[in-house]
Design a protein around this ligand. Sequence first.
Ligand SMILES: *[C@@H]1O[C@H](CO)[C@@H](O)[C@H](O)[C@H]1NC(C)=O
Ligand SMILES: *[C@@H]1O[C@H](CO)[C@@H](O)[C@H](O)[C@H]1NC(C)=O
Ligand SMILES: *[C@@H]1O[C@H](CO)[C@@H](O)[C@H](O)[C@H]1NC(C)=O
Ligand SMILES: *[C@@H]1O[C@H](CO)[C@@H](O)[C@H](O)[C@H]1NC(C)=O
Ligand SMILES: *[C@@H]1O[C@H](CO)[C@@H](O)[C@H](O)[C@H]1NC(C)=O
Length: 362
Amino acid sequence: MLFKHCTGGLTIFALLMSLLIVLVAKINGASLNASNYQYHSVVEQRTSSDSRIIEIILQDSDMVKVWGTNLTAITWAHAVNSQSLLDEVLTETGNIDFIEADIVLGKLNGEGADMPVMAHPPAIISDLTLAEFLNQIMAFNRNHEGQQKGVKLDFKSIEVFEGSLHILDENVPNMLGYPVWINADILSGPVDQNKTVPVDANRFFAGCMRYKQAALSIGWTTNWGADFRDGEYTQDQCDAMLESLTANNVLATGQAITFPVRAGIAANSEEQLHRLVATVNETNESTLTIWSSDGDYVDVDKLRKLIFGFGVERVYLDVPEELASRLDLGNSDSGASTFRSLFGFSFVSLCFWALSSWLQRI
Ligand SMILES: *[C@@H]1O[C@H](CO)[C@@H](O)[C@H](O)[C@H]1NC(C)=O
Ligand SMILES: *[C@@H]1O[C@H](CO)[C@@H](O)[C@H](O)[C@H]1NC(C)=O
Ligand SMILES: *[C@@H]1O[C@H](CO)[C@@H](O)[C@H](O)[C@H]1NC(C)=O
Ligand SMILES: *[C@@H]1O[C@H](CO)[C@@H](O)[C@H](O)[C@H]1NC(C)=O
Ligand SMILES: *[C@@H]1O[C@H](CO)[C@@H](O)[C@H](O)[C@H]1NC(C)=O
């Protein structure tokens, strides 16, 4: 859009420059040299006559809000593993966007044959089966246009995932118009985690291929809590994730990918996670989903830095309210203002580039 305008005449020049001046004014601390300031005085003379147009463009420059959706604003209900919790979440007045729940091979009310039920290990008994869980969410979403809830299904073993395929086959193709995520921890992760067996990656991906519209949420098993301080997603663990994605040809299918990472550990892993997301991003866009358990130690400042480093349009935030409020993402000091001025700064660079191209043509 900007480039097209550049072929215009002086008006466009004036507009560009006025836009520039406002953006420059917004940047705090960015060093601008003398030649830039010269441009300013020129602009002021030429644009003072039509402030209306300037305003329109200014609103356009606010597009950062439109371009990126604020994924951290999405609200989660975590571990919705019983009928009463599901009832609580499936209400019109509730403000939950996304339902997260765990699936194990277990028994409905402790009786009968093993089947996929909603529970978190070590529990294996539930009053809610996977089939019933999906039915109720689908029914709710059918009847509540515009208020549909997303679903994240966290499969706790390869056995329960494969045992769920016939249920997923029946339902997932009908779950359209809202997000469906299939989650598993497919690799052993921090810190020296060796208690939980990861879900077999190759078999998991093979099953997921059947549900092209579902997002893949793939993570590492973790060992963390209140007493942990050091520990990170290591480069080796991130490389193993990439190898697994490549080996299973996942990047070629175009399925959306999100990496669920535990808040306390992710806060210590900024560099590795950036590298991972950037590498995947060469072929497919990916996001992070930051989650946390109650009581987990989290270095809040570092986590804030991580979130603003990726941008709120690339990070889902499924953490307890207490942590969310300490993160204080609405407060735009340090992290947020860096984000803004970086945006402003690249926009100014673009203006300079456009201007110099235009100057070369006359
Ligand atoms: C001054 O600004 C021009 C135009 O943006 C830029 O090319 C140049 O590198 C700047 N010089 C210094 C010393 O910052
Ligand atoms: C798990 O890791 C801990 C700490 O690294 C080690 O002491 C323990 O022997 C390991 N257990 C198994 C089953 O490998
Ligand atoms: C993911 O990558 C594949 C292969 O490069 C491409 O065909 C597909 O369109 C991409 N999907 C998305 C959502 O970017
Ligand atoms: C990933 O790719 C998208 C689209 O190609 C781009 O908008 C985004 O900035 C990239 N993100 C990273 C972290 O490279
Ligand atoms: C993103 O959403 C969070 C949570 O609602 C909010 O605090 C923050 O102000 C939003 N940030 C932006 C840039 O919109």
